[in-house]
Design a protein around this ligand. Structure first.
Ligand SMILES: NC(=O)c1ccc[n+]([C@@H]2O[C@H](COP(=O)([O-])OP(=O)(O)OC[C@H]3O[C@@H](n4cnc5c(N)ncnc54)[C@H](OP(=O)(O)O)[C@@H]3O)[C@@H](O)[C@H]2O)c1
Length: 293
């Protein structure tokens, strides 16, 4: 008997690369991984051809326009990739009886909250990237009710561009670095998020139909400064870290001051519990060969 096929987009991104590595152990599925070279998700004909040819049972959309600051000026491009294309993927999924998992962000919230955000809490993005991701969520759920949206936050990995890799580079190049200390959230190791997605796929394949919006991040709340400080402690750098306020580090896109996600419904519905952020940071740095004995 043939196994259910899972098509994954964004295979060259942080999450896509982690999923590709871990999918080797997920023997109950066949996987087809695509990067923008194989499938431009904004190309509707290519998308339709892919669905017609492969008839996937599950579609995991890890592709996204993720340049948060650039999205302020490249609004059309960001909207096309993060909203319109996700809506079209969902429409193809509905046509082919395929379940969609698509990834969203903590940046759908305005950051004025004081307790971890639950999936049903009011959204109000403070930047254009967040707006496009929120529209992507809406179009996905409207066009294909068999959709799981997973909002995550502060994603890092040994791959691509992310905060941890930027800190490692700056700590080796500079004597002192300033890091914002008044934005709070939870980091997410892409390895853990990939594990969660595979567990959700297995649960769906077992007959779970609890579609909707879920949250997944590592546990614990920190600031970017705390995160950088933890990296510094683990690699034992002599670089000095200085906490600064967001106001002292202006960026084109505003960021929410608080974006901790309440992941309890993910744990309840899919039996997935996330590791603490520090444990996962150690694992990532070990993989990068950066931790000192
Ligand atoms: N990074 C974070 O801190 C963060 C936080 C919360 C949520 N998220 C969400 O998590 C998901 C995964 O993020 P990530 O960090 O893994 O992103 P990433 O490393 O930036 O990778 C995104 C991938 O999307 C692909 N892509 C962009 N435009 C495309 C198009 N038109 N057609 C096909 N592929 C396209 C790119 O493919 P190529 O390389 O092949 O061009 C890229 O590899 C995204 O939905 C993101 O919004 C990320």
């Amino acid at each position: 008997m043939s196994k259910p096929l899972v098509i994954v987009t964004g295979k060259n991104g942080q999450l896509g690369q982690e999923l590709k590595l871990q999918s080797e152990a997920a023997e109950i599925f066949d996987f087809l991984f695509t990067g923008s070279g194989q499938l431009d998700i904004t190309d509707n004909n290519a998308l339709a051809d892919l669905f017609d040819k492969h008839r996937p049972r599950y579609f995991v959309n890890c592709a996204a326009y993720t340049a948060v600051d650039k999205a302020e000026t490249e609004q059309d491009k960001a909207y096309l990739v993060n909203a319109e294309a996700v809506g079209r993927i969902a429409a193809q999924c509905r046509l082919h009886n395929c379940t969609l998992i698509t990834i969203s962000t903590d940046y759908v919230f305005n950051g004025k909250g004081t307790a971890p955000y639950r999936p049903a809490d009011a959204t109000e993005p403070v930047n254009y990237y967040g707006y496009t991701k929120l529209m992507g969520e809406k179009l996905a759920l409207e066009n294909n009710p068999a959709t799981i949206v997973i909002r995550s936050s502060w994603v890092y990995s040994p791959f691509g561009h992310n905060f941890v890799k930027t800190m490692l580079r700056l700590m080796s190049d500079q004597k002192e670095i300033a890091v914002v200390d008044d934005q709070r959230g939870s980091p997410t190791y892409a390895y853990d998020l990939a594990q969660a997605i595979l567990a959700i796929l297995a649960s769906l394949d077992d007959g779970n139909t609890a579609y909707g919006i879920y949250h997944y991040s590592n546990t614990g709340m920190i600031s970017w400064f705390d995160f950088a400080n933890a990296v510094a402690g683990l690699i034992k750098t002599s670089c000095v870290l200085k906490p600064i306020a967001t106001a002292a580090y202006p960026t084109p896109a505003r960021r929410p001051a608080y974006s901790v996600l309440d992941c309890s419904s993910t744990e309840k519905t899919f039996g997935i519990s996330a590791p603490h952020w520090k444990e996962s940071l150690v694992a990532c740095l070990q993989r990068l060969g950066k931790t000192m004995p």
